[in-house]
Write a protein that binds this ligand. Structure first.
Ligand code: CA
Ligand code: CA
Length: 192
């Protein structure tokens, strides 16, 4: 009985910090007239490790990734008592990546990711508008692969900062694509 109770507690505890953070943004409904007048197609390929980072983010080296580096949150804690969600840096950590957006319009954001497992398969994306999305949550583990932020974004022309925030440890992000091409699906390492 005690074992069953403990097991169910573990299941409820899950990975910690698991709240669904996807939320609407102020700018999620485009102004069609403005967008039509000024929109222009673009396709930006960014290196995630170019972000300005604070703990728990690190820049890690790996031969097989784009540019030889990627953004990583290492494994934090060895057991249930010291796991990642107990670490204050999981709440305060930021990786801020600035991109020069060439035109107003609706874009999609893709991430080339490496997930360590079911408790290591997501991160948060905070958009220039302040809206948040959870990226990942898919079940492709221990292999580099692309995941798309679930909702497209309305972005303004000019320098915009994308903020990646921790949600789980033992994750990697290699490249980020911001594109107006709705049909585009990245494969492997991408170049502009
Ligand atoms: Ca997870
Ligand atoms: Ca990279």
């Amino acid at each position: 009985m005690r074992k069953i109770l403990l097991l169910s507690m573990l299941l409820v505890t899950g990975c910690g910090n698991e709240s669904n953070t996807t939320s609407g943004g102020k700018n999620s409904i485009p102004n069609n007239k403005t967008a039509a007048a000024q929109s222009k197609d673009y396709h930006l390929v960014l290196e995630a490790e170019a972000a300005v980072i604070g703990a728990p983010f690190k820049v890690a080296e790996e031969k097989g990734v784009s540019g030889g580096n990627y953004l990583r949150i290492p494994i934090i804690g060895k057991d249930q008592k010291t796991k990642a969600w107990k670490d204050p840096s999981m709440k305060t950590g930021r990786a801020e990546l600035a991109a020069e957006i060439p035109a107003n319009g609706e874009a999609r954001v893709w991430f080339r990711t490496y997930w360590g497992g079911t408790c290591s398969n997501s991160a948060k994306l905070v958009l220039p508008s302040g809206a948040q999305q959870t990226i990942g949550g898919d079940e492709t583990y221990k292999v580099w692969h692309w995941v798309r932020a679930p909702r497209s974004l309305t972005l303004k022309k000019g320098s915009q900062t994308f903020s990646i925030r921790p949600r789980e440890d033992n994750i990697g992000i290699d490249q980020i694509i911001v594109t107006t091409d709705k049909e585009f699906v990245p494969q492997g390492i991408e170049s502009e």
